[in-house]
Design a protein around this ligand. Structure first.
Ligand code: ADP
Ligand code: MG
Ligand code: ZN
Length: 613
């Protein structure tokens, strides 16, 4: 666009130049213009000395030297016209009549005919140049443009290992890699093979990209970074060409580190998926494999890659000599969470009373990214409240915001809805506190959040990697608690329970089909098929008979029915408690963990006494 304006500017400049030349060649004197009849009169009175005819323009010079001008009709002969006006031809002879070539016309012609040609020429040239640029751009698509960090790179990375909390093992491993690059001799002399590829594996948001960036700044060698999705773009065949390009760039700059982020974008298992759309990806992957084999033993290029789906990577990528080192990054534990929170609070003003430990306790299962988000939400919240510092309140509230979405205070419940929601949530909460091995209730609320009308927040006290059947059963019953409480109290259920029912059904199905926790025994039913195309687990292939299918359905039904029965039993025995909590909820809208636990404790003590009596 800027070029267009530039060209227009140049065009105008050329025009002005011509116009200037034109006016220089044709100095225009100020001559008085008169009418034709006045001109005749002056001829009749014999005042005219010379007449100059230039096309239609007539310039007369009077005997006293004054010049005047007028115009005649096109095509007419001046002398004939004058005679027809009654001027005698003898008188005419006394006047010096000069016919001149109309030089003006030449310039006008030039202006009219040449200038547009020049304009069009400039325009065409401009268009062509644009087109050419476009074309070269299109053809240079195959050039991989990795971001280059560290030595020789323009980008200076500010992230260091200190900015990465937790992840000690991963950091150690990567430091080792950096050392390999610094002193390859030491390792080669020992006969050690320099690691070719290091794969960072971990759930989304756990700091893979962050860690790689930290390596970029710690390494004393160039660091090339490119994301898997950048390989596949627009034209078929570009991906493979880019890979070739990238690897030759890396080889030229050895020793260096080459980082492929989101490897799963290109590294998925070949031959899976729908249609031919993945062909391009396969070629790209093949090229990566070829290039990795092409490295000589001495080549000092280390490949670093990150993925959150190692399970779907092509096995060829993972065999020795390729990405054979796996560094697993896990979700942070309580210490890690505390550390991450501290790192992300560095540039924020915090109140002295802030207790990160408490927040870490309340956020099991949060990833590093979630925690970073939490800190940010807290800062936003504090700013909106016109506070100078972030306090514990904001941090606590942000947990829920990150977990469940923002509060929707504007979503006003009618009195009846409020009651129903209160009983529903109270039902969940009571079941959560009276089923064995259940997770403790953190908070109950009937303020709408995200899509839910209310919520009961339960969080495990500790990280759990393995779950028992008892825990699952407690979860199932708790999920049905809302539904059951509504039915018991109002003899009718609402749509508010639909999400709970879906979760419960999914869970029950998993118990039967994946975890082998039903009568059908330790068999995993169904094969997960990956539809590359949709990028997520989509279909389940049946690897069992119709008869088994019916049995699975029966088992799922049994789990749900039993959970419902359990929920009914627990709630029926504690109708007064249900009412108490629901009433309190209607009044206060939220109940925090401590208050809730106090109510439950009081209730239990009272009941014990009652039983003794
Ligand atoms: P991914 O594993 O999906 O690549 P990222 O590395 O992009 O995740 O992490 C996202 C963000 O989460 C980072 O920018 C950082 O702010 C935060 N984060 C994640 N893990 C950590 C950690 N261990 N220490 C500090 N911040 C972290
Ligand atoms: Mg990432
Ligand atoms: Zn519910």
């Amino acid at each position: 666009m800027r070029d267009l304006w530039k060209n227009i500017f140049y065009g105008l400049l050329i025009f002005l130049f011509f116009a200037g030349v034109f006016s220089l060649l044709n100095p225009q004197e100020k001559i008085q213009e008169i009418s034709f009849s006045e001109f005749i009169k002056q001829v009749e009175e014999k005042e005219v000395k010379t007449i100059e005819v230039k096309g239609n323009q007539i310039i007369i010079e009077l005997k006293d030297g004054v010049k005047k001008t007028t115009t005649k009709e096109t095509g007419s002969n001046l002398e004939e016209v004058l005679i027809s006006y009654g001027i005698k031809s003898d008188d005419l002879k006394e006047i010096n009549i000069v016919y001149r070539e109309v030089e003006n016309d030449f310039w006008i012609w030039l202006l009219i005919s040449v200038l547009p040609v020049i304009f069009i020429g400039v325009f065409l040239w401009w268009i062509l140049r644009q087109g050419q640029r476009g074309a070269t751009q299109a053809f240079s698509f195959s050039k991989a443009r990795p971001r280059i960090y560290g030595v020789g790179g323009k980008i200076r990375e500010k992230v260091s290992f200190d900015d990465v909390a937790d992840l000690k093992e991963a950091k150690e491993e990567l430091k080792e890699v950096v050392e390999f690059l610094r002193e390859p001799k030491k390792f080669l002399e020992m006969g050690a093979r320099i690691p070719r590829g290091v794969l960072l594996v971990g759930p989304p948001g756990c700091g893979k990209t962050l860690l790689a960036r930290a390596v970029a700044s710690e390494a004393s060698v160039p660091f090339f970074s490119i994301s898997g999705s950048e390989f596949v773009e627009m034209f078929v065949g570009v991906g493979a060409a880019r890979v070739r390009d990238l690897f030759s760039l890396a080889k030229k700059n050895a020793p260096c580190i080459l980082f492929l982020d989101e490897l799963d974008a290109v590294g998925r298992l070949r031959g899976a998926g729908l249609g031919g759309g993945h062909d391009e990806r396969e070629q790209t992957l093949n090229q990566i494999l070829v290039e990795m084999d092409g490295f000589e033993r001495e080549t000092n290029v280390i490949l670093l890659a990150a993925t959150n789906r190692p399970d779907i990577l092509d096995p060829a990528l993972l065999r020795p000599g390729r990405f054979d080192r796996h560094v697993v990054l896990d979700r942070p534990d309580i210490e890690g969470r505390e550390e991450i929170l501290k790192i992300h609070s560095k540039e924020k003003s915090l109140a002295k009373e802030v207790n990160f430990r408490e927040i870490a306790e309340r956020t099991p299962g949060f990833s590093g990214a979630d925690l970073a988000n939490l800190m940010n939400e807290a800062a936003i919240l504090a700013a909106r409240r016109n506070k100078k510092e972030i306090t514990q309140d904001e941090l606590r509230e942000s947990i829920e915001k990150v977990l469940l979405g923002p509060e929707r205070k504007s979503h006003v419940l009618s009195q009846k809805e409020k009651e129903v929601t209160a009983y529903h949530e109270a039902g969940h909460a009571i079941l959560a506190s009276f089923m064995p091995e259940s997770e403790p209730v953190q908070k109950i609320s009937i303020i709408a959040r995200g899509l839910a009308a209310g919520y009961t927040l339960k969080l495990p006290t500790e990280e759990r990697h393995l779950k028992t059947k008892t825990q699952f059963l407690a979860e199932l019953a708790t999920l049905l608690g809302g539904y059951t409480a509504e039915g018991m109290t109002f003899h009718q259920v609402t749509t508010g329970a639909s999400n709970d029912l879906r979760q419960a059904t999914d869970l029950a199905r998993k118990l039967v089909m994946e975890y082998g926790m039903s009568k059908l025994g330790p068999i995993a039913f169904g094969e997960k098929t990956e539809l590359i195309f949709l990028g997520k687990e989509f279909g389940e292939q049946r690897n069992f008979s119709e008869k088994i299918a019916a049995e699975i359905d029966k088992e799922v039904e049994r789990f749900i029915k039993e959970a419902e029965k359990k929920a009914q039993k627990v709630l029926n025995e504690r109708k007064d408690l249900l009412k108490k909590i629901a009433k309190l909820l209607i009044k206060k809208e939220t109940i925090e963990r401590q208050e809730f636990e106090k109510i439950i404790k009081e209730y239990k003590e009272k009941n014990k006494k009652g039983q003794k009596r």
